[in-house]
Design a protein around this ligand. Structure first.
Ligand code: NAD
Length: 483
């Protein structure tokens, strides 16, 4: 059995309580590692290490902090292959996907915020009556970064990079289901020369380690990505302590095709939006709304392509769909497929657990599933499934498409497909979503604000929004006396 360790004050260490959890490989179902089941003592030690490191880290010249973070980006890039392999084994995602998406994005995150730091500026105002005001943006101190299992290093670094660039020290709590690349990042941060205590990683489950980080009085801000219910629990604890919070939560995103769309591109992207990472991306287009004149043609073409998707061993280069994260998650996805049938849905393809041969015979695989015939307001069309399951919903008018799109409690992302420019703008404006793509999906310019509305979250990440979140503005006003 491999053993994961916490990283506190520049050293790897065992959890103080001596407790561990088993980590399974989703592709084989086999346990292969023990993960620290840390508790509030470990969190307290990590926060103390971060607190001690803070004054020196915050006082480093920006160029020096940027240099260290750029070096870390380079080192992560040099270890792309090992990181991708670890990510694939922890999550069950195809190795090529971790190589092409997850790890390169972690490198980009560090480069983006390291160089962004060099361009930080703040407002200054010359007022009437010889008043001059400016804004200082100061780092907060110790901040907590809590991340999920679906894009482990990608999302962890999306938080850690701006937090460190802005001059904070971090206690990171990665998902207990995907601890490995966070641990490797800690090792690589050492190699890059990050001072001890600047980045700490504490493994453990949410109710113990995560909750202890949220409740710790020295932790000034929390950047969280995960489920909506967890986000609500975190807000319940953090809000009365007046901590800064960003919450990036669940989604039930519409993918809207109008009859005038570029059909080829729309079908190809609908497939990618539905099933990338086995549908386990918060941005996945899980409700495909199709203009009625296009419905039959789209259904036929889409279902044919879904049937052709190759589900298999994540290590095989030809595999398009890997395993789901855990047996529990697989059972949740299957329960939604069952519910869809009870709600009157027709399964057009998939709908079942797949048993592969050989190494992966006990893995957590589900056939990519397409369902039609469900009312927009039924549970399967309202609740986040977070798996390889999509529904097809026909609509007749633009107003109807907007109403269906907005009818869910979530509001993370949406994708609109039309060649009509005026319609694209109109619909983008009417959608209740934090992110809207027109004729594309999951194209990310890291400068744009990222986040959701309604139950998809609070606050924004990305670009200056992230620097603003991880700093506290202080207004300084001077009176310029003239005698
Ligand atoms: P989760 O909420 O179960 O766990 C996320 C993290 O929170 C984990 O590290 C977990 O240990 C921790 N946690 C759990 N309970 C906690 C508590 N009480 N206090 C503090 N921390 C706690 O989510 P998950 O299953 O890991 O991830 C899937 C969810 O994440 C989906 O809902 C998905 O939509 C969402 N997600 C959102 C985005 C986004 O950007 N909006 C991105 C990716 C995933």
């Amino acid at each position: 059995m491999e053993r994961r360790a916490n990283f506190i004050g520049g050293s790897f260490c065992e959890p103080l309580g001596g407790q561990y959890m088993e980590k399974r490989d989703p592709a084989t179902g086999q346990s292969f590692a023990l993960v620290p089941a840390s508790d509030e003592q470990d969190i307290a030690a990590a926060v103390e290490a971060a607190r001690q490191a803070f004054p020196q880290w915050a006082a480093l010249p920006s160029e020096e902090r940027a240099r260290l973070l750029l070096r870390l980006a380079d080192i992560v890039e040099q270890h792309l292959e090992e990181l991708a392999l670890a990510e694939s084994r922890d999550t069950g995602k195809p190795l090529w996907l971790a190589r092409q998406l997850d790890i390169p994005r972690a490198v980009r995150n560090f480069r983006f915020f390291a160089t962004g730091l060099l361009h930080l500026s703040s407002e200054a105002y010359r007022g009437d009556g010889d008043i001059f005001s400016y804004t200082l943006r100061q780092p907060l101190g110790v901040v907590g970064c809590i991340s999920p299992w679906n894009l482990p290093l990608y999302l962890l670094t999306w938080k850690v990079a701006p937090a460190l660039a802005a001059g904070n020290c971090v206690v990171a709590k990665p998902s207990e289901l995907t601890p490995t690349t966070a641990q490797m990042l800690a090792q690589l941060a050492c190699q890059a020369g990050l001072p001890a205590g600047v980045l700490n990683v504490v493994h453990g489950d949410g109710p113990r380690a995560g909750a202890a980080l949220v409740a710790h009085p020295e932790v000034r801000a929390l950047s969280f990505t995960g489920g909506t219910r967890t986000g609500a629990e975190i807000a319940r604890i953090a809000a009365p302590m007046f901590k800064k919070l960003t919450l990036e939560l669940g989604g039930k995103n519409p993918f809207i095709l109008f009859a005038d769309c570029h059909f080829e591109r729309a079908v190809a992207e609908a497939l990618r939006a539905a099933f990338s990472n086995q549908g386990q991306i918060c941005l996945c287009g899980s409700r495909i709304l199709v203009h009625r004149p296009l419905y039959e043609r789209f259904r036929q073409e889409f279902v044919a392509r879904v049937r052709a998707l190759r589900v298999g061993d994540p290590l095989e280069p030809t595999t398009q769909q890997g395993a789901l994260i855990s047996e529990a998650h697989l059972q949740k996805v299957l329960a939604y497929i069952e519910l869809a049938q009870q709600e009157g849905g027709r399964i057009l393809c998939g709908g079942e657990r797949l048993r592969l041969e050989g190494r992966c015979r006990n893995g957590y695989f589900v056939a990519p599933t397409v369902i039609e015939g469900l009312a927009p307001e039924c549970r399967v069309n309202q609740e986040e499934i977070f798996g390889p399951v999509v529904t097809l919903i026909p609509f007749d008018t633009e107003e109807e498409a907007i109403a269906y799109a907005n009818s869910v409690p979530y509001g993370l992302a949406a994708s609109i497909w039309t060649e009509n420019l005026a319609r694209a703008h109109r619909v983008a404006e009417a959608l209740q979503a934090g992110v809207v793509w027109v004729n594309c999906w999951m194209v990310r310019d890291l400068r744009t604000p990222f986040g959701g509305v309604k139950q998809s979250g609070l606050g924004r990440e990305g670009g200056w929004e992230a620097f603003h979140f991880f700093t506290e503005p202080k207004s300084v006003t001077l009176a310029l006396w003239r005698d």
